[in-house]
Design a protein around this ligand. Structure first.
Ligand SMILES: *Cc1c(COP(=O)(O)O)cnc(C)c1O
Length: 389
């Protein structure tokens, strides 16, 4: 239903979910992420069904909203926390310490000591110095070593910063044992937004080779932590969550038949589709009369929640009240006075030619990696609001 105002401006787009109905029915003073917690629960159940015996440790950084954490605690989820703040958050919502892992490979000694004191016993590492810190501040802790993998197929790869290569993994397992830690297992991350389950194959082969090498060297590994990578729908086809998770588990069981414990850390795949952002068009312009592209400036950009447009890696879907009108290519930019605040330029996006300042715009499937990437008051713009329905 398009309610047309005196200026010929349709105010309402066609909602396709509870979140979008809520956005259609409300006005927002600032860009706002609307999250449906029931949708997170549905996704948790769908992923769990496919993951079978693998225990979910939700990657808190994807969306740490207390309503999400509270619901996941109630559902029996575990949590992968990256910092003292995230551990405090999940424990404060009722998670028990044995369901929380400190999965960042880069931790301050003081935070390790704090986590150890509150009862966290499972930690990640990928370097000698990190194991030194763990041995000193969390004596006897269980440690999994993060493996570096090549993952050219993910839309948002994480390959270079974390993990270590096969020889180093072997050294670190031995070093951990020598320091009185428990060399408990291995972890990896296939790369965020790995759209198809079959794209895990190459990564799993690399990890399995290291796993078997460690077993042959006498390490009694107990835990395989398969990380995240579960995809969300951003316009390109993905498999349904249960089928996807089931396929990934089949690939794992074929390569790691007797691994005692498997842990999965979905972030994006758990929460992205549970939220949409209500935003607004601030300006539509052309740089010259014969400019083929319009510039569309929104009230949200790279620094106010849409950081994953970096490199144009994640391509969000935009819904406007004028969908159905003729479209043309646009460069899409944010409202701040930083020239890097351009979201899509190399591959412009198609938006209605009739789009105007003041039009409401909905950005779909934004429940992951948005609120926490929003700067605090850059140019005086408030951080991205969040509303839970
Ligand atoms: C970010 C992160 C995840 C979640 O990744 P997604 O691709 O969002 O599922 C999982 N594990 C670790 C260690 C992470 O840093």
């Amino acid at each position: 239903m398009n309610a047309v105002t005196g200026f010929g401006r349709p105010e309402v787009f066609t909602p396709v979910s509870r979140v979008e109905s809520y956005i259609a029915a409300h006005d927002f003073a600032h860009p706002t992420l609307v999250i449906e917690v029931d949708a997170v629960e549905r996704q948790y159940r769908a992923l769990s069904a496919g993951l079978g015996r693998a225990h979910i440790h939700y990657a808190v950084k994807a969306n740490p909203h207390t309503a999400i954490i509270e619901r996941l605690v109630a559902l029996g989820s575990g949590f992968d926390a990256a910092s003292r703040g995230e551990i405090e958050l999940v424990l404060g919502q009722g998670a028990s310490v044995e369901h929380v892992s400190f999965g960042n490979t880069i931790k301050k000694a003081s935070d390790i000591r704090w986590a150890h004191n509150v009862g966290i016993t499972l930690f990640a590492a990928d370097a000698e110095e990190e194991l030194d810190k763990l041995a000193e501040n969390a004596p006897g802790a269980r440690v999994y070593i993060r493996v570096i993998v090549d993952n050219p197929e993910a839309d948002w790869p994480l390959s270079r910063k974390f993990g270590c290569a096969s020889d180093k993994v072997m050294q670190l397992l031995g070093f951990a044992a020598a320091k009185g830690l428990v060399p408990h297992g291995l972890s990896f991350h296939v790369g965020s937004q790995t759209r198809e389950a079959r794209m895990w194959t190459n990564t799993l082969d690399q990890v399995a080779a290291i796993w078997h090498r460690a077993q042959a060297a006498g390490f009694d590994l107990q835990l395989l932590n398969i990380g995240g990578g579960f995809p969300a729908f951003y316009g390109e086809a993905i498999e349904a969550p249960t089928a996807y998770a089931r396929s990934v588990m089949a690939l794992i069981e074929a390569r790691f038949p007797n691994v005692p414990q498997i842990m999965a850390e979905p972030g994006r795949g758990m929460v992205a589709e549970a939220g949409a952002i209500a935003a607004e068009v601030v300006l539509v312009s052309r740089k010259s009369d014969d400019d083929l592209h319009r510039w569309v400036y929104l009230d949200i950009g790279r620094f106010s929640g849409l950081a994953e447009t970096e490199g144009e890696a994640i391509r969000y879907q935009f819904v406007t009240p004028r969908d159905g009108d003729d479209t043309g290519p646009c460069v899409l930019a944010g409202p701040s006075c930083d020239s890097a605040d351009v979201m899509y330029e190399k591959r412009p996006i198609q938006l209605p030619l009739s789009l105007k300042a003041g039009d409401k715009i909905v950005i779909r499937n934004c429940g992951a990696y948005t609120t926490t990437y929003s700067s605090v008051g850059f140019n005086g713009f408030p951080p991205l609001d969040a509303v839970v329905i």
